[in-house]
Design a protein around this ligand. Structure first.
Ligand code: UD1
Ligand code: UDP
Length: 400
């Protein structure tokens, strides 16, 4: 049984010398799973010291399952919360109540959450209510604008208040945490675990599955697109689709390949505005392996995704970010990522420049690694193993 509960009479656990630390990973969406998988894999290498307990909220269903299958993760608990067309209230309430039961049963010594989704904020809150220490992966990303991205900026800020251990991917993220009063000794700069996942997955000589192979058959240059941000739903999303349409009309040697996110607010406008164009391939969300190979095969990436802004610079792929703000300034500063927003003319102009001007393209197409060296999960697990659990112990049983 776990000892991180504060009930008197339970056995003491000393990291490294006693029974294994029970470490629960709680995650729910595709990007969380991709970024948590390397940490789970690393924890499994220390069975005498760590007992990993995977808890998925399944805020995403199909897109989560694709990742679980690829990385051979069979969760011990699956809250299965996703409902088609869910809103923030649905996810928040279902995750909170689901976790109450599971966490009371498991009583982990530590919970690890990743990123800025509603699963992350709510899991951190549940941990706090139950006095389970929470470690936050990818801590300290900020735009400084409460509604951009929405609701992620506030989700991650609240997670920082609830967590006791913060894994900052970059020095900039650490600075953001320090500026908000997080004690320096509770922050560890690790790099982002997405680079661990990427490097473990990308390879030469990959054979694409049928649907992707068809998109590549023409031999045209590939412009890879993803977009799903809530703050863009409605007008801005239609605008960005118009930008993509203009690019497809202008460049006969370019194939836009867009694995469309399953959110109905994305599927609707994308299929209505972009469906049926010969040089736009709208495909299902891809499993991580074909997706990163496709990114590696692309000329240019247009996206509002957080994870892709981190991965593409490692592969030397220029990224135009379809957002007004980014919490990932490192690659922008290095010149391989550019913010272009959702205005169709701006999107068309920026993409056209890169597709027609080799010097402009070369200036952006440099491989850089501001987000990690592929060893972030080692640093995370080292920090967990040397974490001072005794300091987190509170007197008396948890009351809630
Ligand atoms: C969520 C996160 C966002 C993250 C994104 C990654 C919140 C509020 N949003 O946004 O931060 O960047 O995931 O992709 O936490 N759906 C399916 N199958 C799936 C996944 C989604 O059908 O596997 C559909 C469902 O209709 C679901 C809807 O998409 O109700 C919205 O899913 P939700 O997780 O609420 O929001 P996302 O837009 O995916
Ligand atoms: N991704 C994937 N299949 C796809 C699109 C994206 O596996 O069809 C991966 C991508 O490589 C990145 C992650 O999913 O690691 C990003 O997820 P998403 O854009 O949904 O979320 P965000 O990072 O914006 O929170």
């Amino acid at each position: 049984m776990s000892t991180m509960t504060t009930n008197p009479g339970q056995a003491e656990k000393v990291p490294g010398s006693g029974p294994a630390l029970k470490v629960a990973t709680v995650f729910g969406t595709r990007p969380e799973a991709i970024k948590m998988a390397p940490v789970i894999r690393r924890m499994r290498q220390f069975p005498e010291r760590i007992e990993p307990v995977e808890i998925v909220t399944a805020q995403h269903r199909q897109m989560l399952d694709q990742v679980l299958e690829l990385f051979s993760i069979v969760p011990r608990h699956d809250l299965d919360v996703m409902k088609p067309g869910q809103d923030l209230f649905d996810v928040t309430s279902r995750v909170l109540l689901g976790l109450k039961t599971v966490l009371q049963e498991e009583r982990p010594d530590l919970m690890v959450v990743q990123g800025d989704t509603t699963t992350v904020f709510v899991a951190a809150l549940a941990g706090f209510y139950l006095r389970i220490p929470v470690a936050h992966l990818e801590a300290g990303l900020r735009t400084g604008q409460r509604y951009s991205p929405f609701p992620e900026e506030i989700n991650r800020t609240l997670a920082s208040h609830l967590a006791v251990l913060h894994f900052a991917p970059t020095p900039k993220a650490r600075e953001n945490l320090l500026a908000e009063g997080v004690p320096a000794e509770r922050i560890v700069i690790t790099g982002n675990t997405v680079i661990d996942a990427l490097l473990a997955t990308v390879r030469q000589g990959y054979e694409f599955p049928g649907e992707v192979a068809e998109c590549l058959q023409s031999g045209r240059r590939v412009l890879l697109v993803t977009a799903h941000r809530r703050e863009s739903f409605g007008g801005p999303f239609e605008d960005l689709c118009r930008g993509l349409l203009a690019i497809a009309d202008r460049f006969e040697d370019v194939q836009i390949v867009y694995p469309v996110h399953l959110n109905p607010n994305v599927q609707g406008p994308v299929r209505r505005l972009l469906g049926g164009h010969a040089r736009i391939s709208l495909i299902e969300p891809l499993s991580y392996e074909p997706f990163v190979q496709l990114m590696n095969r692309s000329t240019l990436v247009l996206t509002d995704s957080g994870g892709i802004q981190e991965e593409a610079p490692s592969l030397g792929k220029p990224v135009l970010v379809l957002r007004e703000t980014t919490e990932r300034p490192e690659a922008v500063d290095a010149g391989t990522v550019r913010l272009v927003g959702t205005d169709p003319e701006r999107i068309t102009a920026e993409a056209s420049r890169l597709l027609t001007d080799p010097a402009a393209y070369a200036a952006m197409a440099r491989a850089i690694n501001p987000y990690g060296d592929g060893r972030a999960s080692e640093r995370v697990v080292d920090a967990i193993l040397s974490f001072d659990f005794e300091r987190e112990r509170l007197p008396g049983p948890a009351q809630f």
